[in-house]
Design a protein around this ligand. Structure first.
Ligand code: SF4
Length: 366
């Protein structure tokens, strides 16, 4: 029964968040799924499991591939704009989104699919060599490979490379505190604003995600932006978008960038039509009426929805077309070139010129 999980495996390491239950099972405490495991069982995310009476991570140093992308693709519009980011993921996910756009990775149960392997410093060194300002843990949710993610982030920071998480934010308190203490930026998916959606469509809960956003805003220096994928008929009503934007304005403030992105039919939701561009524009208008100052549309060509305007004088300071930056009127430290008002975010030098390129790279060390 335990044959497929073994601490002898070089990619398997002890997990940090779990405890024993009175009934003989052990409970993984990384995320709100709180999987209760018998010896040899794996959790819902598949990459954590129980062996030798403890919870282990089976994907440390294993990757589903590396790629250099524009940072705008994460999406992060206010974090080292125009720069290249080295992106990677592993396998497995702690949500079960019916609309998952990376389901071949996130729901993979074949560890052999993990084609590349690299230790934390190999990744940081590669990012440096490839001219990337940051490393993003993305494709699947880094929450499930927390121990690896933390070590990658530390190795990056030791070389002056920033660490970025792209996550659903569905994580328990202690694991959350550790994970975000090691990173510089995050894009958090706020998939909807009803618990019903989270339960029915993602097999998860809303509140832990809101807790992550509040933690990021009030207890860390992590730069974060929020993405909501609008799915026709599921989470795109005026009332729901209104409630989400009101909450963001009240709890997080109006400077947090919000991205409304377009759904395209995938995985188990091929019967749902793609999001009309007008839906994204409508959502953007609602957010702006709540005072949110940086609201973007994504996965569409939309000049208006790709712009950043100066919160001081109203001048357009950054124009974007999909992931490509056009006109750029910010100083090296992120101030409006016209009036000097600071635009919230992390800026460090001139805008990058990586453009829309996507460069797959192979990092295998053995
Ligand atoms: S991280 Fe994985 S094993 Fe742990 S509780 Fe979440 S889904 Fe279950």
């Amino acid at each position: 029964m335990t044959a497929d999980i073994s601490l002898e495996d070089r990619f398997t390491v002890p997990g940090r968040y779990w405890h024993r239950l009175d009934d003989g099972r052990v409970q993984c405490d990384v995320c709100p799924r709180e999987c209760r495991l018998h010896e040899g069982q794996r959790g819902l995310c598949f990459v954590r499991g129980r062996v030798d009476d403890q919870v282990v991570l089976t994907s440390y140093g294993r990757s589903s591939g590396f790629c250099v992308d524009p940072i705008e693709k994460k999406p992060l519009n206010h974090f080292l704009p125009g720069s290249a980011v080295l992106s990677f993921g592993t396998a497995g996910c702690n949500l079960s989104c019916r609309f998952c756009q990376n389901w071949d990775i996130s729901k993979s149960r074949e560890i052999d699919r993990l084609s590349d392997s690299a230790g934390p410093d190999d990744i940081a060194e590669a990012a440096e060599r490839l001219g990337c300002r940051s490393v993003a843990m993305t494709y699947n949710d880094p929450t499930v490979f927390l121990e690896y993610a933390v070590d990658v982030a530390d190795a990056c920071r030791a070389r002056g490379i920033k660490a970025v998480l792209v996550t659903a934010g569905h994580v328990n308190d202690d694991a959350r505190r550790e994970l975000y203490a090691h990173v510089d930026a995050a894009n958090v998916d706020l998939k909807a604003f009803t618990d019903d959606f989270y339960r029915r469509v993602a097999a998860a809960r809303l509140q832990p995600v809101l807790d992550t956003l509040v933690h990021l805003r009030h207890e860390t220096d992590v730069w974060f932006e929020i993405t909501t994928l609008l799915i026709p008929g599921y989470n795109d009503s005026d009332a729901e978008i209104d409630a989400e934007c009101a909450w963001i304005a009240d709890e997080l403030g109006t400077d947090v960038p919000l991205h409304f992105t377009a759904f395209h039919p995938d995985f188990k939701m091929r019967d749902v039509p793609p999001t009309p561009p007008a839906t994204l524009t409508r959502a953007r208008g609602i957010a702006q009426r709540h005072g949110l100052r940086f609201v973007y549309t994504g996965n569409v060509h939309d000049a208006e929805g790709g712009r950043t305007s100066c919160p001081g004088c109203g001048e357009v300071v950054v124009e974007r077309d999909w992931y490509v930056i056009g006109r750029y009127r910010l100083t090296d430290d992120g101030r409006c070139a016209a009036c000097g008002t600071a635009v919230p975010g992390r800026y460090d030098g001139p805008v990058g010129r990586w453009g829309a390129r996507r460069l797959p790279v192979h990092l295998a060390t053995s």
